[in-house]
Design a protein around this ligand. Structure first.
Ligand SMILES: *[C@@H]1O[C@H](CO)[C@@H](O)[C@H](O)[C@H]1NC(C)=O
Ligand SMILES: *[C@@H]1O[C@H](CO)[C@@H](O)[C@H](O)[C@H]1NC(C)=O
Ligand SMILES: *[C@@H]1O[C@H](CO)[C@@H](O)[C@H](O)[C@H]1NC(C)=O
Length: 280
């Protein structure tokens, strides 16, 4: 009798084991590791162009506002989940935080604003009065693209100039890696322009919807089909790696510890590692 029970218990245990190995890869696989989805903000319509201030752990994003008529910027505290809606910027489509200066930029239909999260005040920087699609801040410089023209500019040494390597071609989104190599996208796909070089290289037919750097200034991007990372080898070759395959994503950001956050149709989601390795 005892033996029977023991056998039954062992069978149960091994069944559980087998099930565990089957189920352990049922989440989102990020760089070969199984991840669980944690919804960190619900009921938010199509969050776009997210950025994180690593000093304060606040995520900035914009979402589609009332009756789909406008875009509204907001600040989500990643620790407390407190959500603050930033008022006073019309058609705010994009946010960016300068990793080094921690200055927070929000772009709207009439230019680029700086947001003071402590005082909760906005200030129009007066760089431009054009409709801005994206702002990307790095090392004290402010890069931005305009809509509908799709022109890329950078504010540098108190002057506005075209972005080297993009010039007069269309660019809807751009991002710079640690070494200031430029990646940009337009309706033809994703392009690369090395910092020191004259050639613009076609990388692939990616429909980029966000560029973002992590705490180590590695450049990542997302498309409606997933998250990707960029790498420029010493030979100058560009390598694109698929980090995670996720459907219908609108944008992404990376937390200070490397955790990925992405936006879905109606939520902002954190990908939490379960530690389980999964080969794809
Ligand atoms: C896995 O668990 C289910 C119940 O949840 C059980 O019916 C099934 O037999 C288990 N699978 C294996 C392979 O043991
Ligand atoms: C996108 O940029 C590339 C590289 O500069 C350029 O060749 C291409 O014509 C651009 N596409 C559009 C639609 O302007
Ligand atoms: C780029 O072009 C400039 C001017 O035409 C030239 O002086 C320079 O050597 C070129 N750089 C490279 C890396 O080819």
């Amino acid at each position: 009798m005892e033996l029977l029970i023991l056998t039954a218990l062992l069978t149960l245990a091994s069944a559980r084991l087998v099930n565990k190995t089957i189920n352990r890869c049922d989440g989102v696989i990020v760089n070969g590791i199984n991840h669980e989805k944690e919804v960190i903000k619900e009921n938010v319509d199509k969050p776009y162009m997210m950025s994180i201030d690593y000093n304060t752990n606040v995520l900035y994003y914009t979402y589609t506002g009332h009756q789909r008529m406008t875009f509204v910027p907001a600040a989500l505290n990643l620790k407390t989940k407190e959500n603050y809606i930033i008022t006073g910027i019309r058609g705010a489509f994009s946010t960016s935080v300068d990793l080094k200066s921690h200055r927070i930029y929000i772009a709207g239909v009439d230019g680029i604003y700086e947001f003071d999260n402590q005082e909760k005040i906005i200030r129009n920087l007066g760089l431009t009065n054009l409709n801005i699609w994206q702002v990307f801040a790095k090392d004290g410089l402010v890069y931005y693209t305009t809509y509908h023209d799709e022109k890329a500019f950078v504010y540098k040494n108190l002057q506005l100039t075209k972005v080297t390597g993009i010039g007069d071609t269309r660019a809807l989104l751009l991002g710079l890696d640690k070494k200031d190599n430029i990646f940009f996208s337009n309706s033809s796909g994703l392009f690369f322009h090395p910092k020191d070089g004259n050639l613009t290289i076609f990388v692939g037919e990616y429909t980029v919807n966000a560029f973002t750097t992590d705490a180590n200034e590695k450049l990542h991007f997302s498309t409606p089909a997933g998250i990707f990372s960029t790498e420029v080898e010493s030979t100058g070759n560009v390598k694109i790696k698929k980090v995670a395959e996720i459907n219908n994503i609108y944008g992404m950001a990376v937390e200070g510890d490397g955790t990925f956050i992405y936006s879905a149709d109606n939520a902002i989601i954190r990908l939490k590692s379960t530690g389980a390795e999964c080969s794809r």
